[in-house]
Design a protein around this ligand. Structure first.
Ligand SMILES: [Zn+2]
Length: 445
């Protein structure tokens, strides 16, 4: 390991020592740090909009799942359910509700460390009641130690003294399904969401309700994503040719082997997704300067006062008010992490205001603007005191995907994690051997 990493590790260890010696005090600090942010009395959206001479993004621009919910969040801590792994969208997993905050829930993968916990809204399509996978013939990834064929939800919750999340809490079960013309196994041309400059040969791996699971032929399933017929990221066969764009073909199609859809459909015995089934939604109506409330991806427990700083047809760039522009990032306009002004107040979630009371020098994190809430290692720790652990420090600013892969790393006691930023897309076989992956540091659980 390089000396820089050693230093990083030492600082981390130092911090852990401080943390463990503080014990309950650390938890108390966490509450104290959050408290002034939440309870600041004088801040209001109406006064702020007036002061900034700007407008709130109109409610009509938001999708139903971004707007004010019609019912309350009935999930309780300890309830167990099935849900999509955001890092492995092809997999439904056994999850437990770890925290409830307003209309949001923090979900924990049974049998895995807390650093993989993630937040969803209570009406998310990505969460399903126990037994849903069996009913829909989708694979459910079992908790570590459970064997295929031996898993039974009732026995499982009894053994871990948990509780099955009742069906009526899952709003997505009531969505009306319209026949779309898409079926599992059909081929199409799709944008690789992790490398958006690539349009690739893809297959509908699953079609459930109005949702399609897009899988790229010959690539591993970490690139998969769910979308619907209105997605701007999926296209019928021949789209690239017509638009004079390059279609990225499966890895075994290298010159002199020529790719044609006709031949490929014959070889794979597959059907093309019918062109009439693609119903691309119109561009969103958001404008630069409009205000809204957005989940901060670097610290997903927090929702911040935000401004739209740039727009594309189907995406908007989010700026967190009071923060440097270097924290801005792009999101799909229909992201469930975007909400209209007043959403937090309505659902009972703290809203992080701009220029909130700063932490006194020497008491918090050294990163300007950061109050020490959250941790680069995920929700396992509520607070941090150093730049090394700060999700907003220069060190960590672009460390998306910092946490080691949950499933690849599971058998290792000490897990190396891989810097994947700007990594070119590699086929499944090449990924594990490639020397271009940079091993940055080591994690210990
Ligand atoms: Zn910080």
């Amino acid at each position: 390991m390089e000396s820089g990493d050693e230093e990083e590790d030492n600082i981390e260890e130092e911090e852990e020592k401080v943390k463990s010696s503080k014990g309950r005090r650390a938890a108390k600090v966490a509450r104290l740090v959050i408290a002034p942010l939440v309870k600041k009395k004088n801040w209001s959206w109406s006064a702020y909009l007036e002061e900034e001479r700007t407008i709130a993004a109109p409610l009509k621009l938001f999708k139903e799942h971004q707007s004010f919910p019609q019912s309350r969040n009935g999930f309780k801590v300890g309830m167990k359910l099935e849900g999509l792994d955001p890092c492995h969208p092809a997999l439904f997993c056994v999850l437990t509700v770890a925290e409830v905050q307003g209309y949001r829930i923090r979900l924990h993968f049974d049998g895995y460390p807390e650093c993989y916990d993630f937040w969803v809204n209570a009406d998310s399509w990505d969460v399903k009641p126990p037994g849903w996978c069996e009913k829909t013939s989708l694979k459910l990834l079992l908790p570590k130690g459970c064997r295929d064929g031996e898993f039974n939800w009732n026995t499982y919750v009894k053994n871990c003294r948990g509780q099955l999340a009742p069906k009526h809490l899952f709003k997505s079960l009531n969505t009306s399904v319209t026949p779309s013309g898409f079926r599992a196994g059909m081929k199409l041309e799709a944008v690789d969401r992790k490398n958006p400059s690539l349009i690739c040969v893809a297959t509908i791996a699953a079609a459930v309700d109005n949702r399609l699971l897009i899988h790229f032929d010959n690539w591993d399933d970490s690139y998969d994503y769910w979308c619907d017929a209105s997605s701007p990221y999926i296209h019928p066969l021949g789209f690239c040719e017509e638009a004079e764009l390059t279609l990225t073909t499966p890895a075994d199609y290298k010159p002199p082997k020529v790719f044609t859809w006709e031949k490929y459909l014959e070889e794979t015995g597959a059907q093309a997704a019918p062109a009439r089934a693609f119903k691309q939604r119109p561009p969103h109506g958001f404008h630069v300067g409009m205000k809204l409330e957005a989940v901060d991806k670097r610290n997903a427990m927090l929702i911040r006062v935000s401004t739209i700083s740039d727009v594309e047809d189907h995406r908007i760039k989010i700026h967190f008010d009071g923060w440097s522009e270097e924290y801005d990032y792009w999101l799909d306009a229909d992201s469930p992490d975007l909400h209209p002004v007043g959403w937090c107040q309505k659902i009972g979630h703290p809203l992080q205001h701009p220029n909130d009371s700063p932490v006194l020098p020497g008491q918090g994190c050294p990163t300007p603007g950061c109050s020490g809430v959250g941790h680069i290692r995920g929700p396992r720790y509520g607070t941090h005191y150093t730049a090394v652990s700060c999700p907003y420090s220069d060190l960590n600013l672009n460390k998306d995907g910092l946490v080691p892969d949950r499933l690849n790393g599971e058998s290792l006691k000490e897990i190396f994690f891989i810097k994947v930023k700007s990594q070119p897309r590699l086929p499944k076989t090449a990924r594990s051997n490639t020397p271009s992956h940079i091993y940055v540091t080591m994690w210990k659980y």
